[in-house]
Design a protein around this ligand. Structure first.
Ligand code: FCB
Length: 474
């Protein structure tokens, strides 16, 4: 069990912070989260770091993919991104000044073991060393995620997530990262959203590595589940004092209509998006309707390897999906259907339903033993106006975050073991296949000058974090 006190220990030295001006602070109501609730921001390596050739880093599948013409909507790539690799200190200061007390970042496997297996690149780990030290100096507790989709290209060339050996490759990488940073980083997440990586990267093919089809998807899903288990086991064998978990994207899946076909398709989609992660980890089995596809991939001890106790579960929540029966869809004949008219949506078209977060957390409470949870991602993409007076006014994002924080408070009142909230994302960044044109940050990044400008959503969070300081934890 991840103890809040330990997680926050490094935040105790936080200094008093000046109040930020801004109209968003006046917005009511302010969601009431319990004292001890952890406030954080979330990012991922390829989306912000840039410096793709620095200090021995080798290419990842996302370097290859983003440099393939036609793959990224606006033709951008992560070569520079937010240049966080060089600007991390200022970015940490920005977070600390706003009042964040936790930060979830991901470690780039191709910086740490550039060829995926073999020699560890000390210079690559040095970056995370510097980052972690800076976070701790500024009273921010680090949470490291080991894999946020940036597989070393060298491993893709050996089959990537289709090669069963990846479970051991991942365990070796996990050990190397923990050996260097485990003295200062306590919570470790293994994977980010394995079902999303399997579905988009290995099924639809609109994310790296661009593979398609059902068999490809199923194989990538199973080997990620397995690697999650071997990673946890490898770290636990050496360290009992760390908090180990993983991060799933969870969402309510609704049928696009009441027809029996759509209702059944929504059930299958739910299995592929949600339970294909949850059931193996918490119950040691695949959803019954898909067991036959996983059986040929599953060796004798695999389910025991995957079903391990976790100290926490990270939940990424954005909104629900509406699903229809679609005979042509690779994913169990289930495809995206129309969103009901009148449903509020973000710029990406994603439906907004804050109560869906309550539903997702209640599902964990009722069917998966109510594990300790962090919302490790939540946020929204909107068309932001140009800054005025040094601030970007993003009232829709403020409203989105406020509603979802209210949902967090509701879920806690209803007995869900929710311990914290990490906004996605600290910075506008390289948003995968959308490129730089789609912004999720609470801080604006000008991709020409790399200048950072606060948004009203940062000021809103800042006001909340100061009003309900996590350092008052039990
Ligand atoms: C999540 C990803 C994250 C970001 C957000 C918008 O699925 O984990 O990297 O792209 O969506």
């Amino acid at each position: 069990m991840l103890r809040r006190r330990d997680f926050l220990a490094c935040a105790a030295a936080a200094t008093a912070l000046p109040a930020l001006p801004g109209p968003a602070r006046a917005q009511a109501p302010m969601p009431k989260l319990p004292s001890g609730f952890i406030w954080g921001a979330s990012t991922s390596a390829y989306q912000i770091e840039g410096a793709v050739k620095a200090d021995g880093r080798a290419p990842s599948i996302w370097d290859t993919f983003s440099h393939t013409p036609g793959r990224i909507a606006d033709g951008t790539n992560g070569d520079i991104a937010c240049d966080h690799y060089n600007r991390y200190a200022a970015d940490v200061d920005l977070m600390a000044d706003a009042g964040f007390r936790a930060y979830r970042f991901s470690i780039a496997w191709p910086r740490v073991i550039p060829q995926g297996t073999g020699p560890v690149n000390a210079a690559g780990l040095d970056f995370y060393d510097r980052l972690v030290d800076r976070l701790l100096q500024r009273g921010i507790a680090p949470m490291a995620c080991l894999y946020h989709w940036d597989l070393p290209q060298a491993l893709q060339d050996r089959g990537g997530w289709h090669n069963r050996d990846i479970a051991n490759w991942f365990a070796d990488y996990a050990r190397a990262a923990v050996a260097r940073l485990g003295d200062r980083v306590r919570p470790w997440a293994m994977l980010n959203e394995p079902s999303v990586h399997a579905i988009f990267g290995h099924g639809f093919g609109n994310h790296a590595p661009g593979l398609t089809g059902w068999a490809s998807y199923v194989t990538a899903q199973h080997h990620q589940n397995l690697a999650q288990g071997t990673g946890i086991a490898a770290i636990r064998a050496e360290r009992r004092d760390l908090a180990l978990g993983t991060v799933f994207s969870l969402q309510p899946i609704y049928p696009a209509s009441n027809t029996p076909q759509d209702v059944a398709a929504a059930g299958r989609f739910d299995a592929c998006w949600n339970t294909i992660n949850l059931d193996p980890l918490f119950h040691g089995r695949y959803p019954a309707e898909f067991e036959r596809y996983f059986a040929p991939l599953t060796a004798a001890n695999d389910m025991a390897t995957i079903r391990v106790p976790v100290d926490f579960l990270g939940v990424n929540y954005y909104g629900p999906s509406y699903i229809k029966h679609d005979p042509g869809a690779f994913l169990a004949q289930a495809g995206y259907g129309a969103v009901p008219p009148g449903t509020p949506r973000t710029l990406l078209g994603w439906p907004i339903e804050a109560n869906g977060l309550v539903k997702v957390l209640a599902r964990l409470r009722d069917h998966y033993g109510n594990p300790p949870v962090y919302v490790t991602e939540n946020g929204a993409c909107y068309e932001d106006p140009a800054p005025t007076g040094g601030v970007v006014q993003d009232p829709e994002r403020v409203a989105y975050i406020r509603e979802h924080l209210e949902a967090c408070a509701t879920a806690i009142r209803q007995g869900c073991a929710l311990n914290g909230y990490f906004v996605w994302s600290l910075l506008d960044n390289f948003e995968w296949a959308e490129g730089e044109r789609r912004r999720f940050g609470v801080v604006r990044v000008d991709f020409d000058t790399l200048e950072r400008t606060p948004k009203a959503s940062l000021q809103f969070l800042s006001g909340l974090m100061r009003a309900q300081p996590a350092s008052a934890a039990p």
